[in-house]
Design a protein around this ligand. Sequence first.
Ligand SMILES: [Cu+2]
Length: 146
Amino acid sequence: MSRLHYLLPLLLLSQFSIFCHPGNLSVQDAYSPAPLNDRSAAIYFRIENDTGESIVLTGGHTEVARKVEMHRTEISNGLVRMVRLPEIPVASGESLEFRPGGLHFMLVDLTGIPEAGTEIELTITFKNQPDRIIRIPVVSPGDALE
Ligand SMILES: [Cu+2]
């Protein structure tokens, strides 16, 4: 077999992987401070949209709460309030950070109290993507205060 014959399939394979690689949606640095009451818990993470198209987060569900909402924390005149967002878009190639004092997922009406050292399984839903299940480490509230 000539050297060219040998290389050609490899070359085609690498082209394929460059141009036909299905886009990726990655979730990083997820955590949830153990809640101080039995009503709600916040979830933070970073989501990176490399799918090649814009995506729209619509919320989620989990076994440990009756409702999952997306909130934005706002501070005005020294008062902290949370605004519920039904949808959050993430443009193609962008990443979005859910973090204390900003956007977060909120578990409302907890059915159990997540304890530090355990994990919460959260299904994130999208308008135009399949559901995504992520596992979220529960950390002690002190560890989350940064
Ligand atoms: Cu909230």
